[in-house]
Design a protein around this ligand. Structure first.
Ligand code: AMP
Ligand code: MG
Length: 332
């Protein structure tokens, strides 16, 4: 009888311990044009979730092209601006990536985004003359960053749409860590970033969406302390004359990238790098992406889906990726 009682007490203690561990504080946020969710576990989880929400809104204003109090807005309006160290840091990461990706990642795509109607929702397929005038305002060498002072060549406009969510998830994860959180997961549109492991120590299992069918997955990747960022044409697009036009622009043509890749997932420790590279590799296509991965310019793993439905997975993540599809391993 005594034994049974102590067993029951032990069980109850275990269960209450589990309950405290396994119920996160969750916050839903709409910012940066997308639905976001933060889930955090730990003794200060409530406070951490609130801080995360405030941080996301702060970064949205700071880095958005449309918020009149923001630094990017001011730079685009005036052609030059004194930036904060933080904004200058994000811009420096973007300009470095532009160099390292041979221009595939380009933070000056705004005139083209406007031309195609992605900034207003008034979509239109531009003609060649319109494309070449907009293209002339974009590309390498048109942004000068000296210390924290940026200046833009005539007509050039900055857009952090391909990088801001990744930077924001880095900041949110840092914030959670500094507040003592043991486990956290943030989902900002197609960007996911994790802190630690799931409560209990297992890896996080992140499903990657099938671009053809929102209800289906390409597979599931298991990670700890990693960002998992996906770019796909399905995220934002319009249809005209039976053709679909999406929001990731090939800086070489000014048109939606048609590289043969339809979904690119990057797995790496930094959200900002994952975000940059998901956009860049989507533009580069399979062959250039493979070379780029092998070059070691950045340390990351990738899961690529081509337009024939085949998956290509870099060898460092292959064992942590479960899928029903045929996969090809990219070896170093
Ligand atoms: P993502 O969803 O991270 O792939 O980023 C796509 C967003 O980045 C677009 O909505 C644009 O704001 C911007 N963008 C489009 N094309 C490019 C590009 N080639 N390089 C960098 N940013 C881009
Ligand atoms: Mg991106």
């Amino acid at each position: 009888m005594k034994k049974l009682l102590s067993l029951t007490i032990a069980l109850l203690l275990l269960m209450s311990g589990c309950a405290a561990d396994s119920s996160p504080v969750s916050a839903d946020i709409f910012a940066m044009d997308t639905y976001m969710n933060v889930r955090v576990w730990g003794s200060r989880a409530d406070e951490a979730a609130k801080a995360a929400e405030a941080e996301i809104h702060r970064l949205d204003s700071l880095l958005s092209i449309s918020s009149s109090g923001g630094e990017l807005y001011a730079a685009n309006r005036d052609g030059a601006a004194q930036l904060s160290a933080e904004t200058a840091g994000v811009l420096r990461a973007a300009l470095t990536a532009q160099e390292l990706t041979g221009g595939a990642f380009d933070p000056t795509m705004l005139p083209l985004m406007e031309l195609w109607g992605f900034t207003t929702g008034e979509y239109a397929v531009p003609d060649d003359a319109e494309l070449s005038s907009a293209l002339a305002l974009t590309g390498r060498g048109r942004v000068t960053l000296e210390g924290e002072r940026v200046s833009l060549a005539e007509g050039t406009q900055l857009d952090f749409g391909g990088i801001a969510k990744g930077y924001a998830s880095d900041r949110v994860i840092d914030l959670m860590r500094s507040m003592g959180a043991e486990s956290a997961i943030v989902t900002l549109g197609g960007n996911v970033q994790t802190l630690g492991s799931k409560p209990g120590g297992e890896a996080w299992r992140i499903a990657i969406r099938d671009p053809e069918d929102a209800a289906e997955n390409l597979g599931v990747v298991s990670v700890r302390d990693m960002a998992v960022v996906t770019s796909g044409g399905y995220e934002r697009y319009f249809e005209a004359d039976g053709k679909s036009y999406h929001h990731i622009i090939d800086p070489a043509t000014g048109r939606p990238a048609e590289s043969g890749l339809v979904s690119v997932t990057i797995i790496c420790s930094e959200g900002i790098t994952a975000d940059i590279l998901s956009t860049a590799l989507f533009v580069m296509g399979l062959e250039a992406s493979t070379e780029f991965w092998r070059s070691g310019a950045y340390s990351f793993e990738a899961i690529l889906l081509d337009d024939a439905g085949e998956l290509w997975v870099t060898e460092g993540i292959a064992d942590s990726f479960e899928t029903a599809r045929k996969t090809n391993i990219i070896e170093s």
